[in-house]
Design a protein around this ligand. Structure first.
Ligand code: IPE
Ligand code: IPE
Ligand code: MG
Length: 255
């Protein structure tokens, strides 16, 4: 039973999640880190399903950062195996539920056995439009900005664009992470309050929610709580806010 009765108006259109805390979850149980990653994989299933049912248009999951390659080979290998297993197991659910699967990041670094399941699923699901599920794999926000800058440099060099025509929007348009729009809400589990190189450019006006729950413990209800927090915020985008309700306006004593 869920504790949250969500208002379905004003849902975030694009949610990003930094899925952190698998290793600590395992350590707290006296288990090895791989057990945490296994449990984390089950959470991915739960949260994808809950998001799809709510009608979230885009969900971007930070599954493996460009910097995560510096973890021990054994852990990296296990994460790649789990990724392959996840894609194989979820294939039916993804296709049956109209989910479009995308991947962003330096995909060339992924092992061939991952690409062999990832790439066909990306193309098979490419016409789906109920929800876009984007896996950030070997992803880094700075690397994505650098890649967009390189693309622009080539266009300028080839005379397809002038340097003085480059705007914030021209960079944005060359970022695969933002094809589904800027993230409205970004959640990080695991208690750390940092971004760790996720979606840097798109984060400009995202609402942030930090949860102390470790990723394997993160439940649909925690997702609803994060969305509820989002719905209670006023996004101003640099403009002035709505006037305060009269009862909330501080009474200034006459001077
Ligand atoms: C997140 O959990 C999974 C990945 C980064 C791949 P961690 O493995 O970072 O878990 P902690 O932060 O060490 O607990
Ligand atoms: C961020 O978690 C990356 C992913 C969740 C994939 P990390 O565990 O790698 O981040 P840091 O090292 O704590 O900043
Ligand atoms: Mg971590």
């Amino acid at each position: 039973m869920t504790k949250h009765v969500l208002e379905l108006r004003g849902l975030p259109s694009h949610i990003g999640i930094i899925m952190d805390g698998n290793g600590r979850w395992a350590q707290l149980r006296g288990q090895d880190r791989p057990e945490g990653h296994r449990a984390g994989s089950a959470t991915v299933r739960r949260i994808v399903r809950a998001s799809r049912r709510l009608g979230i248009r885009a969900l971007t999951l930070y599954a493996f950062s460009e910097q995560n390659w510096s973890r021990p080979d054994l852990e990296v290998g296990l994460l790649m195996d789990l990724l392959k297993d996840f894609l194989l197991a979820e294939r039916g659910e993804i296709l049956d539920n109209g989910i479009r699967l995308q991947a962003i990041g330096n995909l060339g670094r992924l092992p061939a056995f991952v690409r062999a399941v990832l790439d066909p699923l990306r193309s098979e699901s490419s016409k789906n439009h109920e929800m876009t599920l984007t896996l950030a794999l070997s992803y880094g926000g700075r690397e994505e900005i650098a890649s967009a800058a390189r693309d622009l440099a080539v266009e300028v060099k080839e005379g397809r664009m002038r340097a003085d025509e480059i705007t914030a929007e021209s960079l944005r348009l060359r970022m695969p992470s933002l094809v589904v729009g800027d993230p409205d809400l970004v959640i990080r589990t695991g208690g750390e309050q940092r971004i760790s190189n996720f979606l840097l450019y798109g984060l400009a006006y995202a609402e942030l929610v930090f949860s102390d729950k470790l990723w394997p413990d993160f439940a649909a209800d925690d997702l609803y709580a994060a969305i509820e927090s989002y719905q209670g915020r006023e996004r101003r985008f640099g403009r002035v806010g709505a006037p305060l309700a009269p009862a909330l306006v501080p009474q200034v004593p006459p001077s």
